[in-house]
Design a binder for this molecule. Structure first.
Ligand SMILES: Nc1ncnc2c1ncn2[C@@H]1O[C@H](COP(=O)(O)OP(=O)(O)O)[C@@H](O)[C@H]1O
Ligand SMILES: [Mg+2]
Length: 380
């Protein structure tokens, strides 16, 4: 899968332009705060995922403007496809291959990408939420229906939490908790089951990449850890009944806390090197290598499940990695379309997209369309 053109209008500081990337490596070059990450983020949004910077939709629209419009032409499944997104009023309105869709969840799985930013480098060290989001985002692209289950779970969870806060004032509501526990444990079991299966495959692949990076000196392994006692290999029914029991046991504590203290929203991904927890005992270098392996494994699995390689977005990570890790990463990405940001002008890069104050100047033909000019947005 590869991007053939990207058009944007009023997306963050990017005013209005179109770029025509190459099929291999595209270097997005420019000084600080010029719009390089914005361009990477813009590409990422076509996966249907949320901004990897955690921004709200309104933040994506250029200051002082009401709407941002972006359009991606890409080649996938043997044909040219398009996704358009209009962002404004706190919403994203997608159009996939000229067909308007009700929500962005309906475009998930069409354009697939893996993004790797400096924030990911702390994936191992920081809290479990980032690791859960990492697994969830990866599964969503492989299995778009998973996004629907996730949002259903979040809705049930917030309703249960609202109920927990009501109960101290209305004790009679306590009896209704079981209904929510039942619903939450059934949705949660599907999530835990999918995460177990994904992490099992991820662990094998990431282990292979880590072996390569460490030249066979260390072994990386991973495990998805639930807080209800569910284990890998259990079916959804078993996981659901364990979750239900755990929720019931915690009902009194949850009422005191005013929120739900067990469930898949509190689970974690445990990463070990030579059997020791990397978060606690790994050096910074080991933690970075582990994240690099995780990201490469994510790209590998996505490519394997989809039958074609995803587009790779690397935001400022090269400068954070030492030479041998840089080399390892770029070698592994051979054959995929890659977008890399960097501050220094890359002398030997073939395709350089220069970004200055939100405008693009392509130095080696990046803004020259391969065939006819297809600047739809610019023409309107
Ligand atoms: N909604 C927005 N409207 C206009 N400018 C924005 C918006 N959001 C961010 N910016 C600007 O974008 C610039 C940062 O762009 P970014 O892509 O992060 O830079 P870098 O090239 O360092 O990666 C900043 O100058 C910031 O003020
Ligand atoms: Mg940046």
């Amino acid at each position: 899968m590869y991007v053939t053109s990207l058009e944007f209008e009023n997306y963050r500081n990017l005013t209005r332009d179109v770029i025509y990337p190459q099929r291999d490596i595209n270097v997005i070059c420019g000084e600080n705060a010029q719009g390089k990450t914005n361009l990477i983020e813009c590409l990422w949004l076509f996966t249907g995922g949320r901004s990897f910077r955690g921004s709200k939709d309104n933040d994506l629209v250029r200051f002082g403007e009401k709407t941002a419009r972006i359009k991606l032409c890409f080649y996938s499944s043997g044909r040219e496809q398009t996704i358009e997104l209009e962002i404004g009023g706190g919403k994203r309105r997608p159009v996939l291959n000229d067909v308007p869709k009700n929500s962005v969840s309906q475009i998930i799985g069409s354009f697939c990408a893996v993004v790797f930013s400096p924030d990911h480098l702390t994936l191992i060290k920081s809290g479990p939420e980032g690791r859960r989001n990492f697994i969830d985002a990866a599964i969503c692209q492989i299995k778009p229906s998973y996004a629907v289950i996730l949002s259903r779970y979040r809705r049930i969870l917030s309703e249960r939490n609202a109920l927990l806060k009501e109960i101290p004032r209305h004790r009679e509501l306590e009896d209704t908790l079981d209904i929510w526990d039942d619903r939450l444990s059934r949705e949660g079991a599907i999530i835990a089951y999918e995460r177990f299966s994904y992490v099992q495959e991820l662990s094998v692949q990431a282990g292979k990449f880590y072996e390569g990076i460490s030249r066979g000196r260390e072994i990386l392994s991973m495990k998805y850890r639930t807080n209800c006692g569910a284990e890998s290999g259990m079916d959804k029914k078993e996981i659901a009944s364990l979750t239900f029991e755990a929720l019931r046991k915690r009902q009194n504590d949850d009422i005191l806390c005013g929120y739900t203290t067990v469930g898949v929203h509190r689970d974690d991904l445990n990463v070990r090197i030579d059997g020791r927890e990397t978060r606690l005992f790994g050096s910074q270098g080991q933690q970075r290598s582990a994240v690099l392996s995780l990201k490469l494994a994510e790209a590998y699995l996505l490519g394997e499940k989809k039958g074609e390689a995803p587009v790779i977005l690397l935001d400022d990570v090269l400068s954070e990695l030492d030479l041998s890790r840089q080399e390892y990463l770029l070698n592994r990405l051979d054959g995929m379309q890659v977008f890399i940001t960097c501050c220094e002008p890359a002398l030997n890069a073939v395709n350089v997209i220069s970004v200055k104050n939100g405008t693009i100047s392509a130095e080696a033909g990046a803004s020259q369309p391969a065939a006819e000019d297809t600047r739809d947005l610019a023409r309107e």
